[in-house]
Design a protein around this ligand. Structure first.
Ligand code: ACM
Length: 509
């Protein structure tokens, strides 16, 4: 709906607004080849250009048809043209060709010449990445001329993620899909869903049905606003929707802390067997599973088993943060039993960096969310084999306010303007955590203050693009980034995405 409106608006612009040279045959491209976010590895402009017309065809083998469909969708959104998909280009056709080759899965090469565009990659994920680049090279207004030359591109880190908290305020499947649509345009390839916390439980678990009938009921969540949960069918549908955009869903059940909602539903999960009152405030660190009770491990195993069965992706996130109501000895004992359970169901365990207190974390992935540049416990775990995903809260937390005047968000980790989100290096950020131990970056978005998709978009954009570039591009260049970001702004406006107009950026349009 928003997209159709944008197309109408663009078409409604009087022709006199189009610069005269752009109407000529050899019109200059409106978007420079090097203007892409995240910045590609190598860009070689050659002064030619390609014009997309209604007769342009998409050429793709059957194996690349899912990517071709996304390309057709994107071109229709941008231009209004419904391009045909064919297996072989007719002679002299104007064509956008998806060409599988032998390069790595996410790597791609995009060549734009007078007669067409070719995207080559060894994998559909790479072809999809090339399509996202092409989308940014299409101008916002006709004529649809793409700058000529070659882009050779590959990610610095395999894992580029965002996180979304459905527990503090529930966000509907349609809102999550809108977020996936946006993040995938910046080559973000993981979506971590925070599905349980003190205030609510947001995923159907058949063996413990009160988790959602009570923990996901109307009125659960911060301020008692909202409520809701994902049925298994809705979750599977989200997994499919994300996969079609080369985004892997990573589900999180937070434990042994952040479990008040589960204990309200099942009092046997407390040590005294008494149900605590439901919570709708934003305090943390007061709840804990009962580490000495066997029912705790039956519960945890049932949840992990059902979640693993629903999740084709390789990771299950088991939380582990802020377990202030669990003694350290109990915490380690809990993790020593629970971390291996994830492996039992065929998945790799992922948890907040506190899990590195447990030796069993040496085969797991730790998500670094602290604000310091040193963490001896993490460094020791890394030396023993733990891999790390970087989410330092003072750089990557999208729920931190931009500045003191930001209406939404929190500020316990500081204010994060765009440059703060951009100017850091995951490969050197924490002492004793070398780049070889870093799988990538993730930008968490906690929902204590966020209710709607508009709230999500305002906090995520534009900062998420900074984190996306930190995760994808081989190096950072603030001046280049701020120029490219300023030029990108009108694209969000055209799609109806209400981004934060950071004063650090000279916004076009
Ligand atoms: C966290 O922000 N508690 C991981």
């Amino acid at each position: 709906m928003r997209n159709r409106l944008a197309v109408l608006l663009v078409c409604a612009l009087p022709l006199t607004l189009v610069p005269a040279p752009a109407l000529a045959g050899g019109a200059p491209p409106a978007v420079a080849l090097g203007s892409v976010i995240p910045a590609p590895v190598e860009v070689r402009a050659d002064g030619t250009s390609f014009r997309v017309t209604p007769r342009t065809v998409v050429v793709a083998p059957a194996s690349a048809r899912p990517v071709a469909d996304r390309l057709v969708e994107a071109v229709r959104e941008a231009t209004g043209y419904r391009l045909a998909v064919v297996r072989h280009a007719p002679r002299h056709a104007s064509a956008i060709t998806l060409a599988p080759d032998r390069s790595g899965g996410e790597d791609y090469q995009l060549s734009v010449g007078r007669k067409g565009v070719t995207i080559r990659s060894g994998g559909n994920s790479g072809l999809f990445n090339g399509v996202q680049t092409l989308r940014q090279l299409l101008p916002l207004e006709a004529p649809w001329i793409v700058a000529g030359g070659t882009i050779v591109d590959r990610p610095r880190f395999a894992y580029r993620g965002v996180h979304l908290d459905l527990a503090r305020h529930y966000h509907t499947p349609d809102e999550v899909k809108q977020y996936i649509d946006e993040i995938s345009q910046f080559k973000v390839n993981h979506l971590h869903l925070h599905l349980s916390d003190d205030q609510g439980w947001r995923i159907q678990i058949d063996s413990w049905p009160r988790l959602t009938s009570v923990g996901g009921a109307a009125g659960t969540g911060v301020d008692g606003v909202g409520g809701g949960f994902l049925t298994k069918a809705q979750y599977r549908d989200l997994v499919r929707y994300a996969a079609a955009r080369f985004v892997t869903i990573v589900p999180e059940i937070d434990m042994p802390g952040h479990v008040n909602a589960a204990q309200v539903a099942y009092p046997e999960l407390t040590c005294d067997g008494v149900a605590p009152p439901p919570r709708t405030d934003t305090a943390v660190g007061y709840s804990s599973l009962c580490i000495g009770k066997e029912v705790t491990y039956q519960f945890v195993e049932d949840v992990i088993r059902e979640l693993a069965a629903l999740t084709p992706g390789p990771l299950i996130h088991i939380g582990g943060d802020e377990a202030h109501a669990t003694s350290q000895a109990d915490y380690v004992a809990f993790q020593q039993r629970v971390l291996p359970l994830v492996g039992k169901y065929g998945k790799k365990a992922y948890g907040w960096n506190e899990i590195t207190q447990a030796p069993a974390s040496h085969t797991a992935i730790a998500q670094y969310w602290n604000t310091g540049r040193t963490d001896p416990t993490l460094a020791a775990a890394v030396a023993a084999g733990t891999k790390v995903i970087m989410s330092p809260a003072n750089r990557a937390y999208l729920d931190m306010k931009y500045d003191p005047s930001t209406r939404l968000g929190l500020s316990w980790a500081g204010y994060i303007e765009v440059r703060t989100a951009y100017d850091w290096d995951p490969g050197t950020h924490v002492a004793g955590v070398p780049e070889s131990a870093v799988l990538g970056v993730e930008a968490p978005l906690w929902s204590e203050t966020l209710r709607s998709i508009e709230d999500i978009e305002f906090m995520a954009f534009p900062r998420l693009t900074a984190i996306a570039e930190v995760g994808w591009s081989p190096s950072r260049d603030w001046e280049s980034f701020r120029t490219r970001l300023g030029a990108y702004g009108p694209r969000w406006t055209a799609r109806g995405v209400g981004f934060y107009p950071s004063p650090q950026i000279d916004w076009a349009g």
